[in-house]
Ligand binder design. Sequence first.
Ligand SMILES: NC(=O)c1ccc[n+]([C@@H]2O[C@H](COP(=O)([O-])OP(=O)(O)OC[C@H]3O[C@@H](n4cnc5c(N)ncnc54)[C@H](OP(=O)(O)O)[C@@H]3O)[C@@H](O)[C@H]2O)c1
Length: 346
Amino acid sequence: MAPSTQKALLLTKKYGDLVISEIAVPKPGSGEVLIKLKATSLNPVDWKIQKLGFFLEEFPAILGTDLAGDIEEVGEGVTDFRKGDKVFTQGQFINVNASFQEYALALASTLAKIPPNISYDEASTFPVAINVVYVGLYNVHPYGLGFTPPISASTRGIYAGTPLVVLGGATSVGQNAIQLAKISGFSPIITTASLKNTEHLQSIGATAVLDRSLSTTELTNQIAKITTAPIKAVFDTVSSDSTQQTGVDILASGGKLAVVLPPTAKVPQDKSLVHSLGLLRAPPNVGLLETFYHDLISDFIEKGWLKPNNIEVLPNGLAAIPSGLDKMQSDTFSKLKLVVHPDETP
Ligand SMILES: NC(=O)c1ccc[n+]([C@@H]2O[C@H](COP(=O)([O-])OP(=O)(O)OC[C@H]3O[C@@H](n4cnc5c(N)ncnc54)[C@H](OP(=O)(O)O)[C@@H]3O)[C@@H](O)[C@H]2O)c1
């Protein structure tokens, strides 16, 4: 039985402080479950909401959307899951569905079971950082690049001979882009990163890792040494002004770039750009991502096709989140997901 109140980290107002408060534990409605969180991971969007003031207009607000935990209670009509199941999902920036708290509601249709080969902490690293890739690769234009999703044996491995360039392979998003690209068979998979990350990125599927500091001309020349096939698809997981423009410039005519932040690049008429939003409940994504969660992601993880990013668990639960969000803003933050256990909040 869930308690009536819980600890939550509240953003008190726009640009405000993050403060631990005692709030009510919500009740699951029809089709929903109540999850007792064991782990939540931090994402760049969480500090951007607090520091840059975008996305949310109602306060106090609860941030955080990556969650893993145990089902505490099921609502009416939920048949696929029961109390005690270990699950993970992407929450929403709606207070009852957010993850910087001890208990959250989620729609049963958006849940995936945690496979036995990963922990709650590792499961919590996936949702936000993989949803944006799944949408960006497999949703239709203008939400994604329009590739066929790897939903069955006959649609996996089908892009052999089609190159994919992933700008920023060591980001959490980039590691998932490399791994999904490998499942889909793209070859070669060429990525940019700090070269210290080469071995790791090759181990998860990159064919070649090129220095992230190369100029666009140098990058184009290096890519031409790896493949003579035209570059028709680039996934920019960094999406700064400069990486977006590089992404456009290295495309062959007719090529498409997916970005994960608002578009800033100048795109000539013979190329196109899509802005991928990894929100599980955004209407254009719902069917695609519900299938991914219900049928695929746990299996892909159990088979070892999707591996979690490195993790660092911060002590003191929700109380560690403000300093964790500060830490993420440094460019020395590399190949790492910060995780907290909400139930360890003092
Ligand atoms: N649209 C959406 O739905 C959505 C969803 C998730 C994330 N995002 C956005 O996606 C971006 C990445 O998020 P994340 O959580 O994956 O980030 P992250 O893991 O915190 O990114 C850190 C990594 O960025 C890499 N990096 C920084 N500048 C680079 C550059 N110029 N070239 C290549 N690599 C570079 C570094 O790689 P090295 O260690 O190799 O130097 C570092 O490992 C963020 O801006 C985030 O807000 C958007």
